[in-house]
Design a protein around this ligand. Structure first.
Ligand SMILES: Nc1ncnc2c1ncn2[C@@H]1O[C@H](COP(=O)(O)OP(=O)(O)OP(=O)(O)O)[C@@H](O)[C@H]1O
Length: 261
């Protein structure tokens, strides 16, 4: 797997605005994430973080501006194209199917990468089986890397919440993304689980040559993992910088304490 080039932006958000009726959820937001970066996207509730993820993954249309991925304008690509381009995400609420095994949940995460069509098993059963095997091997490799290998055959609903949060990341990786968008992956985890999650994410980033944009309210985790942080507040970019710069920025402190910047 080729390492991402840190001199090239993987994601560029240029002047993006989104309005829902009278609410401006995002207003002229610009930022970029360089190859291999683990960039934090933080801000108080309602700041616009999930809205930005929804724009990148095309769940929402932007009202203005442009979104570029690896230099290509993806502002108007079809929603189902996003994952094939190399962008995967996790959601605030777990999107795991409880009745399915861990491995089957993983396989669901890569169904779009299959080369065969719906009828392939009929006219090329050997080819379909070989593809099935390759997909399962890839999923098992990811599970092993994320220390979930033992659980491949377990029913997802039997697993603790902290494990399911890791499974969500594993499933997003099944699609072989270049850019991973994580929406509050540490929510609901104990402090110990949060730290273990951080270690796992750092390993996964190196192993799978990822660039990561991390939305997270757990500031300890963000400060520990991210080399750069973008702060949104009321739909606008409030600040951007290293963890140390963000931590001591009076505008950020005021936004989080509910005062005026
Ligand atoms: N589909 C929608 N329709 C109307 N308003 C929306 C919609 N999605 C988001 N909003 C509004 O946009 C603003 C930003 O919401 P968003 O969920 O992006 O914030 P957030 O930073 O992710 O917050 P949180 O940390 O609570 O998840 C809020 O005022 C929200 O109510």
């Amino acid at each position: 797997m080729r390492s991402p080039d840190p001199s090239q932006p993987v994601l560029e958000i240029v002047d993006v605005g989104v309005a829902f009726g009278g609410v401006r959820a995002l207003d002229q937001v610009s930022c970029a994430v360089a190859g291999g970066e683990l960039c934090g996207l933080v801000g108080p509730n309602g700041a616009g973080k999930t809205t930005l993820f929804n724009c990148i993954t095309r769940l929402y249309n932007v009202s203005q501006g442009e979104i570029r991925f690896l230099g290509r304008d993806i502002t108007r690509v079809r929603r189902r194209e996003v994952i094939s381009l190399g962008i995967a995400r996790t959601f605030q609420n777990l999107g795991i199917y409880g009745q399915m095994s861990v491995l089957d949940n993983m396989l669901l995460g890569m169904h779009h990468t299959r080369t065969g069509g719906y009828f392939t098993p009929l006219y090329n059963p050997a080819g379909a089986r070989a593809e099935e095997r390759r997909a399962a091997d890839w999923c098992r490799e990811i599970l092993a890397e994320l220390e979930l290998g033992e659980l491949a055959g377990h029913k997802a609903s039997d697993l603790p919440y902290g494990t399911l949060k890791r499974l969500e990341v594993a499933r997003a990786l099944a699609a072989r993304p270049r850019l991973l968008l994580l929406d509050e992956p540490a929510a609901g985890l104990t402090q110990r689980e949060v730290m273990a999650f951080g270690d796992m994410l750092q390993r996964a980033k190196e192993r799978f040559a990822l660039t990561v944009l991390l939305v997270e309210h757990n500031m300890r985790l963000v400060m520990r993992l991210c080399s750069r942080i973008v702060v949104l507040h009321l739909g606008s970019k409030l600040a951007e910088g290293t963890p140390a710069q963000i931590q001591s920025d009076p505008r950020v402190i005021a936004a989080y304490l509910g005062g005026s910047a």
